[in-house]
Each structure stands twice: as structure tokens, then as C-alpha cells.
Design a protein around this ligand. Sequence first.
Ligand SMILES: O=C[C@H](O)COP(=O)(O)O
Length: 250
Amino acid sequence: MSRKKIIAGNWKMNMTPTEAVELVNTLKPLVANDDVDVVFCVPAIDIIPAMEAAKGSNINIGAENMYYEDKGAYTGEISPAMLKDAGVKYVVIGHSERREYFAETDETVNKKALKAFEYGMTPIICCGESLTQREQGITIDWIRQQIKIAFLNIPAENAAKAVIAYEPIWAIGTGKVATTEQAQEVCQSIRSCIAEIYDEATAQAIRIQYGGSVSAGSAPELFAQPDIDGGLVGGASLKPEFGDIVNYKK
Ligand SMILES: O=C[C@H](O)COP(=O)(O)O
């Protein structure tokens, strides 16, 4: 089955609203490629100006996080309804930085993923092992557990539309990209896990990204792997290099 690639930038805590507009305007012509779904996941305050700046282009503006309740006394949080009303279609859930610095767990990831689907948005569900876990030889077990909990109570028709981002924590922002074999091995095991939870059709439909120091140099080989359907890109998504990553085939 051929799946459309999805290449998403995760801006993290970078870019003021003014800078966001400038960056979207700079990248707009560089990321034009209708063969790929292009998503810029931006800080909440940048969503509306970035959306305006991206009008008429192939860029989808996404969010980096959201809360799992509909509304209420949760000072500082962003609700799914707020994102939906702003026109957001993709939301990153459970990035390792959210897990490390903001106490997110597999359970909150599951709650957020369920909520994203309830509001018609596509979650980009992150998973990944630490260097210690890789050295202990428990990478696949760890990732399978993260996936099984993230997808609890999510029906197959929604799971098929989800995006999973495999991001080894040791490869994030370190310049140490996983080898193509390491990335493919884990992405393949994620697809097998989805097949076990659901069925082969769901496993073949779901899109799995690799993330962790993706660059214009590493993208072509990574994205040519049978179970890697694109990337979640941090640092390089803030630069014109992102255009080369999106156009990795040219
Ligand atoms: O969400 C993106 C990842 O954390 C990867 O970041 P990076 O490309 O800067 O390593």
C-alpha cells in the first residue's frame, strides 16, 4: 500500500508571531510539493498569524500540544475546541519534551489522542526510547507499551488516520540521527504492534514518521524505508533546509 508522506516541522518554543509570519513567507515557496502533506506545528500564539500567512499554500498549520478537557478552569492550557476553531488539523501529542518537562504520561497521551479525534483533528502521537533503554535492549518493548497505551479505546477507523512519530530521545537535537536500519526496525515494529491491536488494514493505513536530527542529507534514505512515511523535524524546520527535506526526492 502506498501511503502519502507527511513531513512536519515542530518549531518547539521558537518564533514570535512576527517571526512566524516571516518564516512562513520564506518557506512557502520552498515547501511547495503536493506529493507530501506538509505541516508546520507552531507555538499556540503563532497559530493564527501563521495560518493567515500560509493561506493559498500547501502548508497545514498544526499545534504542538493541547489539553484533554473540553473547557474550564485549567489556567494556561489550550483546548481542543480552540484549536479546531482556529482551523488546526494536526496536533503533536506526547512529545518527549512534554513528557520530560511537563510530566506527560502514556495515560495523558491517550486522553489527548482520544480528544483530538473527538474534535476531528489528527494527532501526531510521539514515542521513543532513551539512550539507556536502547543500551538495555528494551527499545521495542518500551515502544510497544507506549503505543498500546496511546491507542487504548481508539477505534480502528480513527487509528488508521493517526500519525505516529518515532523519535529516539537520544537523537533529538543532538545531531545524532538514528541509522536508517535502527529507524526502520522500530517503525516496522510499531506497524506490527498496530496490526496486533487492530488488523493489517489499519496497520497499512497508519502513517509513521521518524524524528531526531533529520536533515536534508539524511531525509532521502530515511524516507525511502518501507515503514517510514515521513518525518517530524525540529531544528531544520526553522531553516530553508526544510524545503530540501520536503522535496527530498528532487
Ligand atoms: O519534534 C521534533 C524532534 O524533537 C526532532 O528535533 P530535531 O530535529 O531538532 O532533532
